[in-house]
Design a protein around this ligand. Structure first.
Ligand SMILES: *Cc1c(COP(=O)(O)O)cnc(C)c1O
Length: 444
């Protein structure tokens, strides 16, 4: 049996292989059988890939910087099984809402390892977080600073916090996922003195314990230099705050945003590459500024889950416009994956029932939703697609399902976990009953 195109190996889970019948297999499970058993669209997560990636990140940082923590940014994908796995692998968790915190709590996630981010946390969310004993709250703005001080005081607690700074470093990624430049809604800008004012205020508030600084540049960041630049800016800022206001930098985070390979021939840096760039530049900046080593927290989201997840769709209608374009439609689209219309995201498609087929045509893969922009793959190079073929889109584990909607009253897809030839349902397909669950009728 010939092997899969080696250029696809880095975008698929490491367990991907071709079965003797010539089908794509993930975690020892034939993807065509999975599609039959669970229906499509279907999201498949590979446990071995998830665990190996968690370990690779932990190891990459811990081996270079003893006082380091890897914190999974749960907004990339959150389910209770995944939360439990992340905890078991020794990672912490970033949450950005009361809802994410509630899911993490319901999975028994150790709350001292949880960080709370977000640009407009409500009093209720802050109360829930402080009350639950959350590890860190990352203060984003002056409104939140006062609110959190009041909330913590009301609960009789002193809350450990970090201040989120925007270092004005451009990570050269999509404008919609750029967060650390001057013109962003996130964090306190250094230029103009707001970040300094935030440090002064946080130090003065009796119910806040300011432990350090945080920044997050955006994502995905395929370059290493933005992290080096951010460390330089942030550590220089920390040193100034130490001299002027007595800030002691005990904790520091340059955020997440580590990229994963999604397309053939467009590799991303490895966890080791990121760790080396972050740690070396951090140490150099600390030495230059004469500061001791703070503990280091990094926050990969997509880098932990993207490659472990593969979306499966069934091919349906075909529309040929000679000399213009050929459209092939699948049974999912923008309601389970808004990333192509939102971020111009691209994917490397694989036909799961004929992954070795070398015939090629240029096909645009459309979703089933009532929007012209519902296109999953534009002018993709794929074998001729026929109704019933199973199209796999690798690197679909991050930011697909958390952004999924019920547009056109579509049913959000199920998620299965594969490992050693066994498939377990992690989330069932929504049903028509789910569509009316929150709807009130008749009105009272
Ligand atoms: C979203 C986010 C992350 C994770 O980004 P990824 O690209 O998924 O790694 C990390 N930190 C913060 C503060 C975030 O908002």
């Amino acid at each position: 049996m010939p092997d899969l195109d080696p250029a696809l190996a880095p975008v698929l889970p490491r367990t991907a292989e071709v079965t003797p019948e010539g089908h794509l297999a993930l975690g020892g499970c034939d993807a065509v059988d999975l599609a039959k058993e669970f229906g499509t669209p279907l999201y498949v997560f590979d446990e071995e890939e998830l665990r190996a990636t968690c370990r690779a990140y932990r190891e990459a940082f811990a081996s270079r910087y003893e006082q380091s923590a890897v914190v999974y940014a749960a907004k990339a994908y959150l389910g209770r099984w995944l939360a439990a796995l992340v905890a078991e692998e020794g990672l912490g968790m970033d949450v950005v809402s009361g809802g994410e915190l509630a899911v993490a709590r319901s999975a028994g996630f150790p709350l001292e390892r949880v960080l709370f981010h977000g640009s407009n946390k409500s009093a209720q969310e802050l109360r829930e977080a402080v009350d639950a004993g959350i590890g860190r709250i990352v203060i984003d703005n002056f409104h939140e600073l006062g609110l959190l001080d009041d909330v913590a005081g009301g609960l009789g607690k002193r809350q450990p916090v970090l201040v989120r700074v925007s270092p004005n470093v451009d990570p050269h990624t999509h404008v919609k996922t750029t967060t650390g430049v001057l013109d962003t809604k996130f964090g306190f800008a250094i230029e103009g003195g707001q970040a300094e004012e935030a440090v002064v205020q946080a130090l003065a508030r009796s119910n806040l314990e300011l432990l350090g600084l945080h920044c997050h540049l955006g994502s995905p960041i395929f370059e290493l230099d933005p992290y080096r630049q951010a460390n330089d800016v942030m550590i220089a800022f920390a040193a100034r705050m130490g001299e002027r206001h007595g800030l002691e930098l005990r904790e520091y985070s340059p955020g997440g945003g580590f990229a994963v390979q999604v397309l053939r021939g467009e590799p991303a840096p490895s966890p080791g590459d990121y760790a080396e760039a972050v740690v070396d530049s951090l140490r150099a900046a600390l030495a230059r500024e004469g500061l001791g080593e703070p503990s280091l927290t990094v926050e990969p989201g997509r880098a932990i889950v993207a490659r472990a997840g593969v979306a499966l769709y069934t091919v349906g209608a075909r529309k040929e416009l000679p000399g213009v374009r050929t459209y092939v439609s699948v049974d999912g689209g923008m309601a389970d994956n808004i990333r192509p219309p939102m971020y111009d995201s691209q994917y490397a498609g694989i036909v799961a029932n004929k992954p070795l087929d070398e015939r090629r045509e240029t096909i645009t893969v459309a979703g089933k939703y009532c929007e012209s922009g519902d296109i999953l793959l534009k002018d993709a190079d794929l074998p001729p697609l026929e109704p019933g073929d199973i199209l796999a889109l690798p690197a679909s584990g991050a930011y697909n399902l958390p952004m999924a909607s019920n547009y056109n009253a579509g049913l959000r897809p199920p998620v299965v976990l594969v490992r050693d030839g066994e498939a377990k349902l992690m989330r069932h397909r929504e049903t028509y009953e789910d569509l009316t669950r929150a709807d009130v009728w008749p009105l009272e």
